[in-house]
Design a protein around this ligand. Structure first.
Ligand SMILES: C[S@@+](CC[C@H](N)C(=O)[O-])C[C@H]1O[C@@H](n2cnc3c(N)ncnc32)[C@H](O)[C@@H]1O
Length: 403
């Protein structure tokens, strides 16, 4: 008998396969909007409307569902219960140095953990802000694993100063063998651990039969191969064939991006597309030429300087008489198209994310865990607000479970 999660996973999978023409494409590579029926509607939207719809998933689904009816069903499949968080307060000294929304995220996350007792393992801990809150709330010991020596040193110093029971271990969880740590801790937690980091957490934690594994996943594509490798058996049979481009779609929710960042990103897109139009003309190349990522300061210089830099990266020599304003205009035009294609793709971002989340949930279930999934805070605090909690359902369990 498949679990409710498995049923939901398969329903999501089915709808995502049926609608893949709308999300499984690279917007930059399209010369025009590829869906004829949607073209008049998308072209009629001004940039402000595109931005507004992008930040309002319900309105976006309302707009698109007459053309893509599967979106309505997808919307109900991606909704998760929300944690009714109490308002928590910690002494000011514990929260010193924690920036912006992170404090509120941590409050909500700690609240979702419920009663804190016993020994805790904090995976990819940063400076151990979460670990120190766990220590304050009643954890007997907290072992915080982190790659960066400076973060470990800072975190250890704060914990000692605050007389909290934290012990940092400076290790690379992808290279060093830290799997033993799951055997000596009752609870293990990974808050915003990226891609392969949280996959490793779930694999090693479940192999060690750690009693409780809690993860809030982030940046699903990081440290993973281009072609998505599923964790669960059902995921491995999937026909979605996700690549990094698809998996990154799950992260394209920029509700928390400050305005200045958004503006620079928009300029960057126009310049990259403008350079692409130029390189096509100069080389005769017909497909999108990707240029490496670069520090944002280059976008405070001129478009022509950017084109010279990009041409150098790609070994292209530019003629002396390039009409840069013309190519900048072409970049703007192509961005108009790209934004509208991305808008349609964005209607699917949470569906992709929940599919990825369920892949992890099914993996944990197969390893003998009872699993709960919910949103630990509103999206405005962080769009990466999924909380996956696995509790080992039988400590003697040896075999794998059917899901
Ligand atoms: C997004 S931060 C999350 C930090 C903390 N859990 C939080 O939510 O505030 C991810 C952390 O993972 C650490 N990290 C990255 N790769 C790692 C690795 N291979 N081994 C251990 N830690 C790693 C980074 O240094 C960073 O501190």
């Amino acid at each position: 008998m498949p679990s409710a999660f498995a049923t939901r996973f398969l329903q999501l999978e089915h709808l995502l396969v049926q609608t893949r023409q709308y999300w499984q494409l690279i917007a930059f590579e399209q010369g025009s909007i590829p869906w004829e029926a949607l073209r008049p509607l998308l072209d009629s939207l001004c940039d402000d409307e595109v931005r507004r719809l992008d930040g309002d998933p319900d309105a976006l689904v309302g707009l698109l569902s007459p053309f893509i009816p599967e979106l309505e069903q997808l919307t109900s499949l991606v909704s998760l219960p929300q944690c009714n968080s109490r308002s928590m307060s910690f002494p000011f000294w514990l929260e010193n140095g924690i920036k912006g929304r992170k404090v509120e995220q941590l409050h909500a996350f700690v609240d979702a953990l419920g009663t804190i007792e016993g020994s805790w393992l904090e995976w990819c801990a940063g400076k151990g802000h979460l670990g120190r809150m766990l220590g304050f709330m009643g954890a007997e010991t907290v072992t915080s694993i982190e790659l960066q020596q400076t973060l470990c040193a800072d975190g250890q110093k704060s914990a000692e100063h605050q007389r909290l029971p934290l012990n940092f271990i400076c290790k690379d969880v992808l290279k060093d063998d830290v799997s033993q740590e799951f055997k000596t801790h009752d609870h293990a937690v990974a808050l915003h651990a990226c891609g392969r980091l949280h996959e490793t957490f779930l694999r090693q934690g479940s192999a060690a039969k750690c009693k409780q594994l809690i993860v809030s996943p982030c940046c699903y594509h990081l440290f993973t191969p281009h072609e998505y490798e599923a964790m669960s058996e059902l995921g491995a049979k999937s026909n979605l064939n996700l690549t990094h481009n698809d998996v990154k779609l799950a992260l394209q929710e920029t509700v928390t991006a400050p305005n200045r960042t958004t503006k620079v990103r928009q300029k960057e897109t126009v310049w990259r597309l403008g350079f692409d139009a130029l390189q096509r003309e100069v080389t005769g190349n017909r497909s999108y030429l990707s240029v490496p990522s670069v520090g944002k300061q280059i976008f405070s210089d001129s478009f022509s300087a950017f084109c010279h830099w990009a041409a150098e990266q790609k070994g292209i020599s530019l003629p002396a008489n390039v009409d840069y304003p013309h190519f900048l205009k072409l970049g703007e035009k192509r961005k108009h198209t790209t934004d509208r294609i991305e808008l349609v793709r964005h209607a699917f971002r949470r569906a992709i994310e929940i599919w990825l989340v369920l892949d992890r949930v099914l993996y944990l279930q197969a390893k003998g865990y009872d699993v709960e999934v919910f949103e630990f805070c509103p999206k405005a605090l962080t769009p990466r607000n999924v909380f996956i909690k696995g509790v080992l359902n039988n400590q003697d369990n040896k075999g794998e479970h059917n899901v």
